[in-house]
Design a protein around this ligand. Structure first.
Ligand code: GAP
Length: 502
């Protein structure tokens, strides 16, 4: 590795990521010029590319490439009875307490995990902020009042439903209440028979959907980790509960298969093994529909937290929707000549959380020749920009013209940018910081000098982001070279075929 002194993969802080995201056009606070909307974020020009790449790869690897998978794209507003049948109206709640004085609202089980404000009678009412769960070191009192204002009594816990409520049509009345979906999953259950019949599916098979979900989270936060509007990609994988695979009940076998496949997927696109772990839900933690749930946890900048969940939902959902709709949601088992209600294994992924994990894992600070270099070492298929074309001298028309032509040609296949707004060293650093895997530099040697009668060699310099090595490649070869590099080819193999550039 040329000229590199130290390589330090950082446990990056959330503040560093938030600032990079804003500065380089990945993610902005929503409605920022109005002071921002709580816990809502807008994906900027690079963020939208990254997010689309994540969704495209998920779709390619889990839907397009599998004969046992199909997709749907359902509407966000569904029949309100869906949420009665699914249990969301009754169970999708958090117990809340309100301060009678300052009116702040808290999750009942969070109150004693917060630092609390105390006006201490033993010190003439002086105000103290006391660590969560600890008593006052002066008077020995424990928290009984609002942890924030320290004055108000808290109400008894009340259940608060996390679904966003709205009204369909012009009249705001109970009969027209509708909900923004809190998960994408239910559309797969209510469309089970439509998909089964129209696509002539055979068990086991899965239906996938990627789209927005909404939850009126009481304690959103940690940037895009927990927001009120987010994107999910969920798969409902239907299996015949009477079947066995490798001597095990089919639902249990497929549950473990999906856990392994999802783990492998995250690692394939760059998450390090040591930053991932499985977490089995305790029996008392399981959702009302689940026989077993395993989370894939990631070591986020805020600590180990859920990246996605993979649940065995049994036949709960299909049975509930059959009961509430009066329609049969069964599968005819030709071999056994009987109708069965399939079991469902559900890999449920948060796209925004996946994006946060990919960014955190890709972030590296290095020291190169005494200078700090920030690099997002994105997998090439995730990188928002694949190639940056940079002219070495922007005052030479022929160099600029050739560079722009190369960009236009490569952009037919990939996201490629042109930049001439700084010196080359600075341009490289900018591309490193947003994770662009390759830069192409056009220089005097490429185009020659017509005034001196010197012909160009028609070659450009390609620079590899991670090794910072450079190779001299003919312009005509660029599409094939990038095709190889961007679809998994190793830099070392490509570079070995061309002379190194300095
Ligand atoms: N259908 C099951 C289901 O929705 P979940 O564990 O509630 O399960 C699945 O959500 C995934 O969706 C989570 O693992 C997480 O990645 C993402 N997710 C859930 N709530 C979120 C929120 N408020 N903000 C961002 N992502 C969220």
């Amino acid at each position: 590795m040329r000229g590199r002194d130290i390589l330090v993969p950082m446990p990056v802080t959330m503040d560093t990521l938030v600032s990079l995201c804003k500065r380089r056009g990945f993610i902005f606070q929503s409605s920022e010029i109005y002071g921002g909307t709580g816990s809502c974020y807008d994906y900027g020009p690079l963020g939208v590319e990254l997010k689309q790449n994540i969704k495209r790869l998920l779709w390619r690897d889990f839907v397009q490439s599998r004969a046992d998978m199909v997709g749907i794209d359902a509407s966000i507003l569904m029949h309100p009875t869906v949420w009665k049948a699914s249990g969301h109206l009754d169970h999708f709640t958090d117990p809340m307490v309100d301060c009678r004085e300052c009116k702040l609202r808290f999750r009942a089980d969070d109150v004693d995990t917060l630092p609390w404000t105390h006006y201490c009678p033993a010190t003439k009412g002086n105000k103290f902020t006391i660590p969560p769960g600890e008593p006052c070191s002066h008077c020995g009192a424990r928290r009984t009042l609002c942890p924030d204002c320290g004055k108000g009594l808290l109400t008894a816990p009340r259940q608060f439903n996390l679904m966003f409520k709205t009204f369909m049509g012009p009249v705001e009345e109970d009969a027209s209440v509708a909900y923004l979906r809190p998960e994408t999953a239910q559309a797969m259950f209510v469309n089970f028979d439509n998909v089964l019949q129209s696509m002539r599916m055979k068990l086991p098979f899965g239906i996938a959907q990627a789209g927005r979900s909404f939850r009126n989270e009481i304690t959103p936060g940690n940037f895009i980790f927990r927001t009120r509007e987010f994107e999910q990609m969920e798969i409902e994988y239907f299996v015949n509960p009477r079947d066995t695979v490798e001597g095990r009940p089919a639902d249990e076998y497929w549950h473990d298969r999906w856990i392994a496949d999802c783990m492998a997927w995250f690692q394939r696109y760059g998450l390090r093994e040591e930053n991932l772990k499985l977490r089995e839900h305790d029996k008392d933690e399981l959702s009302h529909y689940s026989k077993r749930t395993v989370d894939i946890d990631y070591r986020f900048p805020i600590g180990w937290s859920e990246l996605m969940g993979i649940a065995n939902r049994t036949d709960f959902d299909l049975k509930q929707h059959a009961k509430f709709s009066g329609k049969s949601l069964t599968y005819f088992d030709e071999e056994r000549k009987e109708h069965v209600v399939p079991y469902v294994v559900e890999p449920a992924m948060g796209v925004d959380r996946a994006l946060l994990a990919f960014m955190a894992d890709a972030y590296v600070e290095e020291e190169v020749r005494g200078e700090k270099r920030v690099v997002l070492r994105f997998h090439p298929e995730l990188a928002p920009v694949k190639v940056a074309v940079l002219p070495l001298l922007k005052k030479r028309d022929e160099i600029v013209r050739r560079a722009r032509a190369i960009r236009a040609d490569l952009a037919k296949q990939w996201r490629v940018v042109y930049d001439d707004t700084a010196a080359i060293g600075r341009l490289y650093r900018r591309q490193d910081e947003v994770g662009t895997p390759y830069c192409v530099t056009v220089d005097v040697q490429t185009v020659g000098d017509s005034e001196k009668g010197e012909a160009g060699d028609g070659k450009v310099t390609i620079r590899d982001r991670d090794s910072m090595e450079q190779a001299r490649v003919p312009i005509d070869a660029l599409p094939a070279v990038f095709h190889e590099l961007l679809s998994g080819g190793a830099w070392a193999q490509v570079a070995a075929r061309y002379p190194a550039a300095k």
